[in-house]
Design a protein around this ligand. Sequence first.
Ligand SMILES: CC(C)(COP(=O)(O)OP(=O)(O)OC[C@H]1O[C@@H](n2cnc3c(N)ncnc32)[C@H](O)[C@@H]1O)[C@@H](O)C(=O)NCCC(=O)NCCS
Ligand SMILES: Nc1ncnc2c1ncn2[C@@H]1O[C@H](COP(=O)(O)OP(=O)(O)OP(=O)(O)O)[C@@H](O)[C@H]1O
Length: 405
Amino acid sequence: MLNIGLTGGIGAGKSTVSKTLASLGAVIVDGDLIAREVVEPGTPGLAALVEKFGRNILSDDGSLNRPALAAIAFADDESRQALNSIVHPLVGTRRQELIDDAAPDAIVVQDIPLLVETGAAPYFALVVIVHVDVEERLRRLIEIRGTAEADARSRIAAQATDEQRRAVADVWLDNSGSESDLRDAARTLWTERLIPFSENVRAGRAARPLPRLVDWNENWVADAQRVVARLSAACGDAVTRIDHIGSTAVTGMPAKDVIDVQVSVRDLGAADRLREPLQNIGFPRIEHITTDDPKSSGVVPGEADPGLWQKRIHGSADPGRPVNVHLRVEGWPGQQFALAFRDWIRADSAAAQEYVEVKRRAESAAAGLDYPDAIAAYVDTKEPWFETAYDRVQRWIVDTGWTDG
Ligand SMILES: CC(C)(COP(=O)(O)OP(=O)(O)OC[C@H]1O[C@@H](n2cnc3c(N)ncnc32)[C@H](O)[C@@H]1O)[C@@H](O)C(=O)NCCC(=O)NCCS
Ligand SMILES: Nc1ncnc2c1ncn2[C@@H]1O[C@H](COP(=O)(O)OP(=O)(O)OP(=O)(O)O)[C@@H](O)[C@H]1O
């Protein structure tokens, strides 16, 4: 199962996207719909609302008078939070039941208006945000839907800002154009990203681009932050730290468009226990070494125990954001080297330049080859340089007093 989170401010166009994805085969779990279901007449949810807000939130037929409750709930923070604390747990339980009912190979799209506000973003394999500037959303809500301006404005004030949404967005669907443009964008998302993502997860396969260097991209920093947040949510306290490592973590360094992240664990058993949680969030384990990770061959001159270089590798199954996840044991040489190497390259511009040249040679060696030979050629070309870099980093650590703190 692939769990996608879909959100956006009121009137941004979530429903348009979820309808399109539903028509293509996604299982939609609709937050607004569930929020209605759990307060239908006769439910404990409606009884709890009446107890809190009084009988004047009911219509004559005993059902919830939604505009009446909205007028109370969106008037002040305390009332809204009281409403949320009654309705949200009931929505959460029902949502989980619907997810449990979905087929194991389903692509589940959870349409959640308050996904960002509730801090739920890292629990999804992918977060899709539908965006329109606030004034245009207001215009559409007022003119097309007949919403009262004050009501729309008070809901917007109770929701996340565009900036907060942008920080967690893996996919940003701009709905400033026509509704049919948005439907086209949703269809492209489905065929080019969600379908291959889901197939990769089921096959236990990571998305693997060919080794081509591109200029350093400032978006890599935010991409890595979202990956780290997601891994952190999936791993809980089984890990000691999670770091953005490798070239994409070094400002200005050309790199393959693959984010490297190191997850530090207490022992390899802990790494093995993370196999399923990581797979479930879109990072299947890769059994064979397919990355250009330093010392991936395992044997390190000067190290008494090559076993101390063991690690586990997972990779992102998302074709839109390749990631290598290196699980290494806290304090072992490989774990320390990954952190120190990044900091050495950040600090020493001559070493960084050398590294770029080595990478360019590796790229040329891989040119014209296909996966996995291309990766192997890339790795083989870089490996000898890493053998010497290892010793230089050890000396640099001694000279500078570097620590991983
Ligand atoms: C207050 C209620 C009765 C008003 O009903 P109404 O039919 O006018 O709105 P509807 O439920 O269709 O929601 C429309 C949009 O309002 C916004 N909205 C709804 N509830 C909230 C909230 N608690 N905080 C901020 N925005 C909200 C969302 O953008 C949502 O998509 C209703 O919104 C409600 O019960 N809200 C609490 C449940 C909730 O938080 N739902 C949204 C996420 S599960
Ligand atoms: N690109 C567009 N141009 C014009 N109108 C649009 C466009 N996209 C959506 N709309 C209209 O704007 C309104 C809001 O869209 P939609 O219902 O999809 O938003 P939503 O995010 O699901 O809203 P809510 O937060 O209330 O659930 C609808 O009336 C819809 O028909």
